[in-house]
Write a protein that binds this ligand. Structure first.
Ligand SMILES: *[C@@H]1O[C@H](CO)[C@@H](O)[C@H](O)[C@H]1NC(C)=O
Ligand SMILES: *[C@@H]1O[C@H](CO)[C@@H](O)[C@H](O)[C@H]1NC(C)=O
Ligand SMILES: *[C@@H]1O[C@H](CO)[C@@H](O)[C@H](O)[C@H]1NC(C)=O
Ligand SMILES: *[C@@H]1O[C@H](CO)[C@@H](O)[C@H](O)[C@H]1NC(C)=O
Ligand SMILES: *[C@@H]1O[C@H](CO)[C@@H](O)[C@H](O)[C@H]1NC(C)=O
Ligand SMILES: *[C@@H]1O[C@H](CO)[C@@H](O)[C@H](O)[C@H]1NC(C)=O
Ligand SMILES: *[C@@H]1O[C@H](CO)[C@@H](O)[C@H](O)[C@H]1NC(C)=O
Ligand SMILES: *[C@@H]1O[C@H](CO)[C@@H](O)[C@H](O)[C@H]1NC(C)=O
Ligand SMILES: *[C@@H]1O[C@H](CO)[C@@H](O)[C@H](O)[C@H]1NC(C)=O
Ligand SMILES: *[C@@H]1O[C@H](CO)[C@@H](O)[C@H](O)[C@H]1NC(C)=O
Length: 602
């Protein structure tokens, strides 16, 4: 790190405080949490030389304007439907105030950080710096510790509070890693080694049963879900996508998850022979891994790529591998575990001129482990993707209304706000109102799977597009139901659902059976990508942010799921019902119906 010569910096507005004087400013607490979330304990002081990748979010004063664009271009009834923003237009609406850029640069310069030491995305709305713990502690008037996780033994370097000179408070939204303990797990729950012979692939010799669209589907689909089954169940058997109309889809990978190419080809041979030999684009972000040895293959990444690309072939696919979480080993120089991968991913994609029109992610964590400020910024990034015409879907989580732990002794269904009250555990980013959250179903006829994440955000208010649907559901609950356990005014999720159990997935050379809403999200995005294919081929815009469409018209092209519940936190959870519900949303796709709906829109 260079020592900045203040003279070398761009000249600042004379009225601003002199750089040297920052150190004399009284610090004021910017953010603090009561305790680390349940499961973490303070282990030891952080090694002073450990290098932190600190990310500083600068306020986006024009975000309300950006959001207004999002609502207009995503509402099929608005005259601007489909008029998505360009990268330049979006960047301008994400940009911080120039004064903010100046004062934050001056503050950093006062600690020896020159402009060359600062990494900024094209919208300039974040600043990333690499500093040792000792300097971060001085800048933020805090003390970092190594925290350990009781269950996993994992270590992370965090603090429960940090401060900034008062004058900076309005110029900084958040700084991480500080108070964030989220771990963003992959949403696949079970894995058992299937007898290869039982992995029924395109098996029509076992008879037929009636699928959700009223058509006949292979009876084997009720036991083993394949690409062919999903096309049959969701009524897209005869639809061929184009390889050349500029429609693309992408899935994301985090936490060192690697999609194995040999597994993918084997999967294609078994489940979509026409796709055999085809490839996808691999994009590494922030050191994202791509070790192609079988031992390094990740089940989550394999599942996501196989389902999404297998269903939508020959639409070109992209796999984003975002790094940022090698295990942290205290005292190992250079060991980095920021584990807040979404900002790195967002910076990368939002800096591209063109983007895949459909993107799916199957990772998340309990909302309360994600600081409100960070959740708000990541959610704003998702809104920006929507405004640029990207359909962004997330799996809704695998814990029902809870955290997926059925053992009351280790369950996390307690608020982390100091009150320690029992409450349901909404999942982020599914709880962000600018994404489409996908819950899970199983069997034919389809019922909700009991692990399907669903509920109500404690951070985000209920957006207008789902007011009618969610109010109707709430009105059906007996008075006082789960009072205090959830926030009835919050953004409710999931929005939709898809099959989430018994997926025949190829993993390290064998077919295994996989479950989780991680199955549902890549399935749903593939059908959305097919809808985008149909619209683009017809000379129309891509669908972009889906929810205003889904709640105003799209639900008519979804199979309503009315059976099942999602227990958690010692309760039976919510019920699937006629109409929207917080387990399966508006339901699973009927592609032909949806295609008709989207082709009759402007
Ligand atoms: C830093 O925090 C301590 C209390 O934790 C406080 O006494 C001290 O004044 C603070 N320093 C500055 C520069 O604000
Ligand atoms: C939106 O447009 C549809 C189709 O033209 C119409 O039936 C519906 O009433 C409109 N909804 C609103 C809220 O204007
Ligand atoms: C197809 O399903 C039937 C009945 O479930 C089973 O007997 C048969 O072995 C299956 N065929 C293949 C190729 O798996
Ligand atoms: C599908 O499987 C479920 C659970 O095994 C069973 O209850 C249901 O009857 C089956 N559906 C059909 C159409 O056979
Ligand atoms: C879709 O592609 C398959 C395989 O190339 C072909 O047999 C079929 O006729 C095509 N369907 C339509 C509707 O074009
Ligand atoms: C697929 O593309 C990746 C890079 O995107 C490359 O490393 C790999 O060798 C390709 N695989 C095949 C089977 O062509
Ligand atoms: C790839 O993974 C394998 C198995 O985990 C490991 O033995 C090998 O060293 C890795 N290769 C690289 C280049 O990291
Ligand atoms: C919160 O309450 C639960 C249940 O009463 C208890 O097991 C747990 O230790 C409490 N946690 C804290 C941080 O007080
Ligand atoms: C969820 O359903 C599975 C069977 O599909 C069952 O084994 C499990 O016990 C159920 N979990 C809960 C929490 O009810
Ligand atoms: C779910 O349905 C059951 C059976 O109808 C009912 O007893 C229960 O109260 C319902 N639960 C909720 C949360 O609506």
């Amino acid at each position: 790190m260079r020592l900045a010569s203040l003279l070398g910096l761009p000249s600042f507005a004379a009225a601003l405080v002199g750089a040297a004087s920052f150190k004399d400013c009284q610090h004021k607490v910017k953010e603090s949490i009561h305790d680390p979330p349940r499961g973490w304990y303070k282990h030891a002081p952080a090694p002073k030389h450990h290098v932190l990748e600190l990310k500083i979010a600068l306020p986006q004063p024009k975000f309300p304007e950006l959001e207004q664009h999002l609502w207009e271009v995503s509402d099929p009834n608005h005259t601007r439907y489909g008029a998505h923003l360009s990268k330049e237009e979006a960047d301008a609406l994400m940009a911080p105030h120039p004064e903010t850029l100046d004062i934050v640069s001056q503050w950093l310069a006062s600690y020896g950080l020159a402009e060359e030491d600062l990494i900024r995305p094209s919208a300039n709305d974040w600043v990333t710096i690499h500093v040792p713990v000792s300097l971060a502690e001085e800048m933020l008037n805090t003390t970092y510790h190594v925290y350990k996780n009781f269950k996993t033994g994992e270590s992370i370097v965090r603090t429960t509070s940090y401060s900034l000179p008062e004058i900076l408070h309005e110029h900084v939204d958040l700084i991480q890693p500080t108070t964030m303990f989220a771990r963003f797990k992959a949403f696949k729950t079970t894995l058992h080694w299937a007898n290869q012979a039982q992995a029924l692939v395109s098996n029509s010799s076992g008879g037929m049963i009636t699928g959700p669209a009223g058509n006949q589907v292979d009876a084997s689909c009720n036991k083993t879900v394949t690409i062919s089954c999903l096309r049959q169940l969701y009524n897209a058997v005869d639809y061929n996508t184009s390889a050349t109309n500029c429609n693309r889809l992408a899935v994301t990978g985090y936490l060192g998850q690697i999609a194995n190419d040999m597994d993918l080809q084997q999967f294609y041979q078994l489940q979509n022979p026409l796709a055999y030999g085809s490839n996808y684009t691999f994009v590494a972000i922030h050191g994202g891994a791509n070790n192609q040895s079988y031992e390094a293959a990740g089940l989550e990444a394999n599942l996501d790529t196989q389902v999404a690309f297998g269903l939508s072939w020959p639409t070109p696919g992209t796999f984003y591998s975002t790094g940022g979480e090698p295990p942290f080993i205290p005292d190992t120089p250079g060991s980095d575990n920021t584990n807040e991968p979404y900002t790195n991913w967002l910076h990368h994609v939002l800096s591209q001129d063109t983007l895949p029109q459909s993107i799916s992610t199957s990772y998340g964590d309990d909302e309360q482990t994600v600081p409100y400020t960070y959740a708000t910024r990541v959610c704003a990034g998702m809104a920006t993707l929507g405004a640029r015409g990207v359909s962004v879907v997330f799996s809704s989580g695998d814990g029902g209304v809870g955290d997926g732990d059925s053992n009351p002794a280790t369950q996390q269904c307690f608020s982390n706000d100091g009150r320690n009250v029992t409450k349901f555990m909404p999942t982020f980013p599914a709880s962000c109102p600018y994404v489409t959250a996908v819950g899970g179903t199983a069997n034919v006829p389809e019922t909700a799977v009991n692990f399907s994440g669903g509920g109500f955000s404690d951070y985000f208010h209920r957006p207008a597009y789902q007011d009618a649907a969610v109010s109707k559901y709430l009105a059906k609950l007996a008075p006082g139901t789960y009072e205090g356990l959830f926030n009835p005014m919050g953004r409710a999720y999931p929005d939709v659902a898809a099959q989430a159990r018994n997926f025949a997935t190829v993993y390290r050379g064998s077919t295994v059976s996989t479950a989780g809403t991680s199955c549902a999200a890549p399935t749903f995005i593939a059908f959305i990508s097919m809808l985008n294919d149909a619209r683009i081929t017809a000379g129309k815009s891509p669908l972009g942010f889906l929810n205003p469409f889904l709640y105003s018209r799209g639900y008519a092209g979804l199979n309503d799921i009315t059976k099942g519940q999602n227990p958690g936190c010692g309760t039976d959870g919510f019920n699937a019902t006629v109409g929207w519900d917080p387990i399966t949303g508006h339901g699973t796709p009927n592609f032909e119906k949806l295609k008709h709906l989207v082709l009759t829109m402007p």
